[in-house]
Design a protein around this ligand. Structure first.
Ligand code: KE4
Length: 432
């Protein structure tokens, strides 16, 4: 496939952007080939400067649940653009989006907008620490809650251990109060809270893990998280930046019937524009400045363009049969992958919740980060390359979830499956 423009753009970008990207995963370091030079998105498809079309399963890492550039979202943006893009003041459209979120999520009575999921998670942690007067934050190995120091914490050895810095530049002190547990391990969770529960400010969890690839919660896991946090007076924080409005209109908390104390949101609620949010019961959220003393701020928080795109997106999700469509096309794709793996005699664990899914090759099942890491990285790389050359853009990492949108058709799913079957027996051809 022609990638001359992609190569030229990468070379030019690498001179002025670290790694040639504005976010690491986009650099294709875990897969062969060159990141396409995308110029346009339309529905389920992306088009690059080399004249290639891709069925897009990245969807900007989650926001585009309706596909690229849905007409109603584009017109909402054009209307807002006429009025202006930022005022440093509360606008009606900002209140409109907050009202929609409050109506959608039973556990949320008030919400604060920020500009990213990172800001949402770091602010939720600060609020939980203020409300409880405690410092310890518990998270799960393989979960990602943005790049705030305290949350860039890798798992120390063993279970329920203090974390180790997940990046150079993160001082040990920054993660000294962060504990990391194995995801889906209810016993480890109970052990941790039995020994340290009264020191825990917040238990942060992706109710559907999406940053180790898609890993659904095991039965009882979220219920255990709810029980141990309630028992020990810690706040349960659902990081629904990815799962919010993705796995159900009311998010994973609606899907699994477990209500957190705080919820982090992002991606879908901005329709592709920069956004994040955190919310919860009024008695907790009213601790946030200026209503309360917990400081958090943002120049462009509640940006009217993002709010307009978010409202238009949520209205389309709420009114139509979006989630039925997403479930059908998601199940078609997952079932097709399983059939192809069976036909090829290859073990593949296909994890799916609604329209987020991940195939893990050469393993039977994946329920945590260790399981995800046991899958074959080489086979994933070969699969990604086959997809790319065949016109499917899948996230360039085993540890990212693939996404579908309401714009993806059955024939798109069938094309992804057809290439999946070929990719299972492929070897990587090029190293970029
Ligand atoms: P942002 O700061 O990237 O807006 O959100 C951070 C974040 C928080 N919580 C969850 C559950 C998330 O998935 C994310 C961001 N997700 C990644 C994809 N795995 C964003 C893609 C990227 O980093 O480029």
């Amino acid at each position: 496939m022609n990638d001359a423009c992609a190569r030229a753009l990468r070379e030019r970008a690498e001179r002025v952007l670290p790694g040639g990207v504005s976010s690491p995963v986009r650099a294709f370091h875990a897969v062969p080939g060159v990141p396409p030079a995308i110029v346009r998105g339309d529905g389920a498809y992306l088009f690059d400067a080399d004249g290639n079309r891709y069925i897009d399963c990245v969807l900007a890492y989650g926001p585009h649940i309706l596909g690229h550039n849905p007409p109603e979202v584009a017109s909402a943006l054009r209307e807002q653009l006429q009025r202006g893009v930022a005022f440093g003041a509360t606008t009606e459209i900002e209140v409109e989006l907050a009202e929609r979120i409050v109506d959608a999520l039973p556990s949320v009575e008030m919400v604060r907008f920020v500009n990213s999921g990172t800001e949402a998670a770091m602010s939720a942690v600060r609020l939980a620490r203020a409300v409880t007067g405690r410092d310890v934050v518990v998270k799960f190995d393989g979960a990602y809650h943005g790049h705030a120091d305290a949350l860039l914490a890798g798992a120390g050895s063993g279970i329920a251990t203090l974390a180790i810095p997940g990046s150079p530049g993160v001082p040990a002190a920054a993660v000294a109060a962060t504990m990391v547990l194995p995801y889906n391990d209810a016993d480890a969770l109970r052990q941790c809270f039995a020994s340290a529960g009264d020191r825990v400010a917040a238990l942060l969890v992706e109710p559907v893990a999406g940053n180790m690839g898609c890993v659904p919660p095991q039965p009882g896991f979220l219920e255990t998280a709810r029980a141990v946090t309630r028992e020990h007076g810690a706040l349960l924080v659902f990081d629904e930046v990815m799962s919010g409005f993705r796995v159900a209109y009311g998010g994973a908390q609606e899907l699994y019937g477990v209500m957190p104390d705080l919820t982090c949101l992002g991606k879908v609620i901005g329709g592709g524009l920069p956004v994040g949010a955190y919310g919860g019961a009024a008695r907790v959220m009213e601790q946030v400045a200026p209503a309360g003393a917990v400081y958090q701020a943002g120049t462009l928080s509640g940006n009217p363009l993002a709010m307009a795109a978010g409202c238009a997106t949520l209205d389309l999700l709420r009114r139509g049969d979006a989630y039925a469509r997403l479930e059908m096309v998601g199940e078609r794709l997952a079932a097709g992958m399983r059939d192809a793996a069976g036909g090829a005699g290859v073990s593949v664990a296909v994890n799916r919740v609604g329209s987020m899914l991940t195939p893990f090759v050469d393993v039977e099942a994946v329920t945590d980060f260790a399981g995800a890491k046991a899958a074959s990285a080489e086979r994933f790389a070969a699969l990604h390359e086959t997809w790319l050359e065949g016109g499917v853009l899948w996230p360039p990492s085993q540890f990212e979830a693939g996404f579908l949108s309401t714009a993806h058709t059955d024939s798109d799913a069938d094309r992804i499956i057809e290439l999946f079957a070929v990719g299972l027996s492929a070897k990587t051809k090029v190293r970029a």
